[in-house]
Design a protein around this ligand. Structure first.
Ligand code: DX5
Ligand code: ZN
Length: 230
């Protein structure tokens, strides 16, 4: 594997939105690496979440960790500069949500962010043939996008192995991220398939009691312990 540093990216979709800044502080304190920020538009996916104002609010609150903006919106391009200004680090989008994939990747790069493409469980990887060199991340959905707390779809592991082969064959330094149904019980086999960046929403924010400020430490430690065995 060319990129052995494993990163854990809690999805704030499952956080308490009424106390979002505090929630993000707590997962980072508990050992998370990246903030996964799910943007849903009630058009590309059947749910509605958060936008650039919330990203900016987290930066103003003092969040310095990378923010991994996962755009589940259609169209994509208009909102990119807003997220760049709001402090996004990665911006990933679904190729079927953009009319001009290469242009959208370029817009993200020009705005100073790291571009990534997201593939739904049934979406083929074809577009990677002509885009891979321009990406910093390939995000593989292991559930259908729109909601947290769904069941991991196992055929995505095969896809991960394929992407890992493509990246390694071309000698590129690109993260492979997985999103959906990931937790301590399956993170090790996901890593063994070549994934290095792990989104976990309900597994992290659903852990323990909200009154316990250390509730995220043990679940993140459990995931790290599994990764150490991968
Ligand atoms: C689903 C989102 C995910 C979601 C994952 O559309 O992209 O990031 O929060 O949630 P869990 O980890 O609960 O499956
Ligand atoms: Zn996501």
């Amino acid at each position: 594997m060319s990129n052995p540093a494993y990163l854990i990216a809690p999805s704030i979709l499952s956080a308490n939105f009424a106390r979002l800044g505090e929630e993000v502080d707590n997962v980072i304190k508990a050992g998370a690496d990246i903030v996964h920020f799910d943007v849903m538009d009630n058009h590309y996916v059947p749910n509605l979440t958060i936008g650039p104002l919330v990203c900016e609010a987290l930066r103003k609150h003092g969040v310095t960790a990378p923010i991994d903006v996962h755009l589940m919106v259609k169209p994509v391009d208009r909102i990119i500069p807003d997220f760049a200004k709001a402090g996004a680090t990665y911006i990933t989008f679904h190729p079927e949500a953009s009319e001009h994939i290469d242009r959208t990747i370029g817009l993200i790069r020009e705005a100073g962010c790291k571009p990534g493409l997201v593939f739904n469980p049934a979406t083929p990887l074809d577009v990677l043939e002509w885009t891979l060199e321009k990406l910093d991340m390939v995000l593989l959905m292991s559930v259908n996008p729109g909601f947290g707390g769904q069941k991991f779809i196992p055929h995505v592991l095969e896809k991960a192995r394929k992407v890992r082969q493509m990246i390694d064959a071309r000698g590129l330094d690109i993260r492979i991220e997985i999103d959906g149904g990931v937790g301590p019980a399956n993170i090790r086999e996901v890593a063994q398939a070549g994934v290095d960046t792990f989104v976990a929403g309900s597994a992290v924010f659903g852990a323990g009691k909200e009154t316990d400020p250390h509730r995220y430490d043990s679940v993140i430690a459990a995931m790290r312990a599994e990764l150490a065995k991968a």
